[in-house]
Design a protein around this ligand. Structure first.
Ligand SMILES: [Zn+2]
Length: 169
């Protein structure tokens, strides 16, 4: 007699997410940008600014150690490059994609740049200013409030950071 073979468990269903799925491809590019940071001892955070038609007009990774600049966060680097390319400070119609929830400084820079949408990956519960510790970009007292889409490829983004911090111990 043949014993019944155990039925393997089904993999967790991958549910489509119409809000987040469309940002997965640019988030993968931001993750690739973040991977450039550890070469200089910088925490792997990567950011892109997409123009109104989805083209990349700015990119940056955390370069605080590389440049010795406390403001050298990925978002600020990407926003500066985008503004240079556009030729003005106003980035209306643009989207910023970043692997980690922006801090208060970056959230402030994003509001000042008039970027319309912020897409981020991992939550930063210790310093995040896009819903975790503060919610600067959706503060109704400010006159510009970008749309915020959190948690795009959050696991991949978080894993990249964890892997980096594991090597630092
Ligand atoms: Zn920041």
């Amino acid at each position: 007699m043949q014993s019944a073979r155990p039925i393997p468990p089904l993999p967790a269903p991958v549910r489509p997410d119409p809000v987040r799925d469309r940002w997965a491809a640019p988030m993968r590019l931001a993750i690739a940008e973040a991977a450039l940071a550890p070469a200089t001892g910088d925490v792997p955070v990567g950011a892109l600014v997409l123009g109104p038609d989805g083209e990349i007009i700015g990119r940056g990774h955390n370069e605080r150690e590389a440049v010795g600049d406390p403001t050298g966060h990925a978002e600020v680097v990407a926003v500066r490059e985008a503004a240079r390319r556009v030729g003005e400070w106003r980035l209306s119609g643009c989207t910023l994609v970043v692997t980690l929830e922006p801090c208060t400084m970056c959230a402030g820079a994003i509001v000042l740049s008039r970027i319309d949408r912020v897409v981020y990956g991992a939550l930063d519960e210790k310093a995040g200013a896009a819903g975790s510790l503060f919610d600067v970009m959706r503060d109704r007292r400010l006159n510009h409030r970008p749309e915020v889409i959190p948690g795009v490829l959050a696991d991949e983004c978080g894993e990249q950071l964890r892997a980096f911090f594991d090597t630092q111990r």
